[in-house]
Design a protein around this ligand. Structure first.
Ligand SMILES: [Zn+2]
Length: 147
């Protein structure tokens, strides 16, 4: 099977958050999507009937994976989806669709916007960033790969 190169024209112009991933217009809509998704998964038997939305207050570091801002959920089932700017000026949070957790202490990098600016130069499947990876490293990788 031939592979098709992913050109910049097909690449999204930003790193996705819940707004892009769920077409949710704001934090309240994101919370509804979370609640409804969990309820549907319980009804289908994917999640146990005891599944409920709960809060985790321990800090977690956001990361970028395949063009999405995510945060590690302690459940280990799947990464939580980040809301960088929740309503009311609350700190960034993330919602886990695997266990129902709302992680209320998501730590975004201080230079998140600069990180995004470097990542969006790449094809979407190469838009990955881990905490501790410096802007200089991102720029060097971009130059090494001609982007
Ligand atoms: Zn979880």
């Amino acid at each position: 099977m031939a592979t098709q190169p992913m050109g910049r024209a097909l690449a999204p112009p930003r790193i996705y958050t819940y707004r892009d991933m769920f077409a949710a217009r704001d934090s309240a809509a994101f919370a509804r999507v979370h609640r409804v998704s969990l309820a549907k998964r319980v009804m289908r038997g994917v999640l146990p009937p005891t599944t409920a939305i709960y809060t985790i207050t321990a800090p977690v570091l956001a990361f970028v994976n395949l063009n999405r801002w995510l945060a590690p959920c302690p459940c280990g089932l799947e990464p939580a989806v980040v809301d960088r700017a929740p309503a009311g000026g609350s700190p960034p949070l993330a919602r886990c669709f695997g266990c129902g957790a709302v992680l209320t202490a998501v730590v975004m990098p201080d230079d998140a916007d600069a990180i995004e600016a470097e990542l969006v130069r790449r094809p979407w499947q190469h838009r990955n960033w881990q905490p501790g990876e410096t802007l200089a490293r991102l720029r060097a990788d971009n130059i090494a790969h001609g982007v």
